[in-house]
Design a protein around this ligand. Sequence first.
Ligand SMILES: [Mg+2]
Length: 215
Amino acid sequence: MVLLTSVDYNILKKQIYIDMDDVVSKTTDTYADIVEREFGKQVLFEQILTFDLRASFDLTENEFHYFFDLIHQPDHLFGFEPVEGSVETIVEWTHAGHCIEIVTGRPTSALEVSLEWLEKHGVPFDSFTMVDKYNRPGNDPAIAISKEELRRRTYDLAVEDSREMALFLAHTMGVSVALYDRPWNGQPINHEQVVRCASWQDIGEQLAWAGQTPV
Ligand SMILES: [Mg+2]
């Protein structure tokens, strides 16, 4: 029988950053239908090649603001389905003693509905943080922290779909990142701490080496 000391347990227990949209909840999957209904434009999920939705859907400034408000309505956010395998993996990680931090760039107006959604789908977490990831106007600074504040935190692994945030986490914070493969983050990332993952099964496998300094 192998006895573990408290030091061993600290090494085994990992701090995990998990983004919410398009990592835990199927968010962008719902956009094409809305764009077709509201603006009569047909765009496939695979054609959403940039995180800038204005450009991906070829929307005018006014159309984009209308669309942005629509997709952040509480009823819409609450209706998302979970990404396949996400809840199961997060439950497993929690049972293994890892610390789960949900870190979202959603507008602060979405705080309550986001917490309700996580509860509805049985997503366990130790903390929930809103970060002003994309410098969006209208965020409540009493709720959302800045990227500078995020920078002071330490994580062993981050799960993201934003290429920009993946690079910030890996390059600026030195965090190992599992980048969920999506059409909008397809450009190559040449960073040894960012690993592209096609599924939550792939993401689960990244935890073994996460937090270790690459050689
Ligand atoms: Mg996301």
